[in-house]
Design a binder for this molecule. Structure first.
Ligand code: ADP
Ligand code: ASP
Ligand code: MG
Length: 400
C-alpha cells in the first residue's frame, strides 16, 4: 500500500464527463489499496472567466477581493469530483485549502505556502477516505483566503506530497507528458521519458506551462519525484527527477514566453550609480528583471534596456520616468516582443548550441534583438509575431 497524490488540471475536469473520468482514475488507484490525496483546479477556463467578470465591475479590484473570487473556482471542482466519487461508491471528502491546512503568507495573488497542518488530511486518510483538496489556495495569518498564482495547483499537489511524504506525485494534464516543445504548436515535438528538476525548472520558467515553475522548485527542494501524464490517454508520461537518463540530446526543449516587455531608458547620465539606482528601485517594487543590455556611453550619456514581464511594464515605466525624466532621459516600452529559449544540461559539455539556434533563426529570416545565456539555457528576444515560427524553426534544427 502506498500514499499517492494525484493532481488534475482544469482541462481534466472541464465538464461532467471529464469529472467522471477523473473519478474513475482516482477510485481505481484507491481500489488497488492505496491512500489517495487528490488536488484539483477550477474547471476549464473558470479562472479566466472569473477574472473577466471582476474586470467588468472593477479593473483595479484589490488583490484580496480577487483571491476571494478566484478561490471559488476550485471549490466547485472539489465538490463535483467528490460527488462523482460518491457515485462510484468510494468514501470521499472534499476540503478547501484552509481545511486541508494550507497556511500561506499574505501576498494575495502570489502567496507562498508557509506550512501545511496535515492533521485533518491524515485523519481523513486514516478513515480510509479519498481526500480531495482545492488547489491554488490557502489561508493567511489574518484568516483571509489567498491564491498561489496562476497554475498554482501544481504547487499545492507537490506541497501535499512533500508534507505527507507521499510515495508518488502524479500530475495529470491534457497532454501525455513533457515534450521537447509545446505539442499543440509544434508537430514533431517528442515526449521526454524523463527530465531533471533543473531543466524542467528552466522550461517552466521560460514559458512551458505544463508545470508551474514553483512546483518544480518545491519538488526539487523536497525530493518529490513528479510524473506528468494524461488524464485522457492511458500511456506512460514523463518523470521529473534529480538525475535523468541522458538520451543523446544536446537540448531537451524549446519554449517561448510572450508575457515579455522591453524597456529602454535612453540618454541617461553616464555616471556611476545609475544602474544601481534603477534596478534597486525596480527590485523594491518586486519587479523582476531579465535580460539587461547597456550601450557604450556617448556624449556623457548611455542607454540601458532590460526585459520584464508585460504585466509589470506599466509600473516599471512610470517608476523610471519619475527617476530619469528630469535629467532628460527618455523611457520607451516595447510590448510586442517574445522570448524564445532552448534548455538542456547537454549544452554544458557540448559547444555549438548557440550557433545552431542562431543559424535556424537566420534561415527563417527572424531578427534577434537581445540574447542571454545561463549554464543550461540560451534565450533570444525577438518580435512577438514570429514567436511560434521561431520555436518551430529552432525545434526543427535540433530535433528533426
Ligand atoms: P492543466 O490545466 O492540466 O494545468 P496546462 O494548460 O496548465 O494544464 O498545461 C498543459 C499545457 O501545456 C498543454 O496543453 C500544452 O499545450 C502546454 N505546453 C507548453 N509547453 C509544453 C511542453 N514542453 N510539453 C508539454 N506541454 C506543453
Ligand atoms: N485555476 C488556477 C489557474 O487557472 C490554478 C491552476 O489551474 O493551477 O491558474
Ligand atoms: Mg497548469
Amino acid at each position: 500500500m502506498a500514499l499517492i497524490v494525484q493532481k488534475f488540471g482544469g482541462s481534466s475536469v472541464a465538464d461532467a464527463e471529464r469529472v467522471m473520468n477523473v473519478a474513475r482514475i482516482v477510485t481505481e488507484t484507491y481500489k488497488q489499496g492505496n491512500d489517495v490525496a487528490v488536488v484539483v483546479s477550477a474547471q476549464g477556463d473558470t479562472t479566466d472567466d472569473l477574472i473577466e467578470k471582476a474586470k467588468e465591475i472593477n479593473p483595479d479590484a484589490s488583490k484580496r477581493e480577487m483571491d476571494m473570487l478566484l478561490t471559488s473556482g476550485e471549490q466547485i471542482s472539489i465538490a463535483l469530483l467528490a460527488m462523482a466519487i460518491e457515485k462510484l461508491g468510494c468514501p470521499v471528502i472534499s476540503l478547501l485549502g484552509w481545511q486541508a491546512g494550507f497556511q500561506t503568507n499574505s501576498a494575495y495573488g502570489s502567496a507562498r505556502i508557509e506550512k501545511i497542518k496535515t492533521e485533518r488530511m491524515l485523519s481523513e486518510l486514516d478513515k480510509k477516505r479519498i481526500v480531495i483538496v482545492a488547489g491554488f489556495q490557502g489561508l493567511n495569518k489574518a484568516d483571509d483566503l489567498t491564491t498561489l498564482g496562476r497554475g498554482g495547483s501544481d504547487t499545492s499537489a507537490v506541497a501535499i506530497a512533500a508534507a505527507l511524504h507521499a510515495d508518488r506525485c502524479q500530475i495529470f494534464t491534457d497532454v501525455t507528458g513533457v515534450f521537447t516543445a509545446d505539442p499543440r504548436k509544434v508537430k514533431n515535438a517528442r515526449k521526454l521519458s524523463d527530465i531533471t528538476y533543473d531543466e524542467m525548472l528552466e522550461l517552466a520558467t521560460l514559458g512551458a506551462q505544463v508545470l508551474n515553475n514553483r512546483s518544480v522548485e518545491m519538488a526539487k527542494k523536497y525530493g518529490v519525484e513528479l510524473e506528468v501524464l494524461s488524464s485522457l490517454e492511458r500511456e506512460s508520461g514523463t518523470i521529473v527527477r534529480e538525475v535523468a537518463k541522458m538520451e543523446k540530446m544536446l537540448i531537451r526543449g524549446v519554449t517561448k514566453d510572450t508575457n515579455v516587455a522591453r524597456i529602454s531608458v535612453v540618454g541617461m547620465k553616464d555616471v556611476p550609480g545609475n544602474a544601481f539606482k534603477m534596478f534597486s528601485k525596480l527590485a523594491a517594487k518586486k519587479i523582476n528583471i531579465d535580460v539587461i543590455l547597456q550601450s557604450i556611453g556617448r556624449d556623457g550619456t548611455k542607454d540601458i534596456s532590460f526585459t520584464c514581464s508585460e504585466d509589470n511594464s506599466k509600473q516599471a515605466v512610470a517608476l523610471l520616468e519619475e527617476m530619469f525624466s528630469q535629467e532628460g532621459a527618455v523611457v520607451n516600452c516595447n510590448n510586442s516582443i517574445a522570448k524564445v529559449s532552448i534548455v538542456g544540461a547537454g549544452m554544458q559539455t557540448h559547444s555549438g548550441a548557440a550557433a545552431k539556434m542562431f543559424g535556424a533563426l537566420y534561415e527563417a529570416g527572424i531578427n534577434i534583438n537581445m540574447i542571454s545565456t545561463s549554464e543550461i539555457t540560451i534565450s533570444v528576444i525577438i518580435d512577438r509575431e514570429y514567436a511560434d515560427q521561431a520555436v518551430s524553426a529552432v525545434h526543427k534544427a535540433f530535433f528533426d
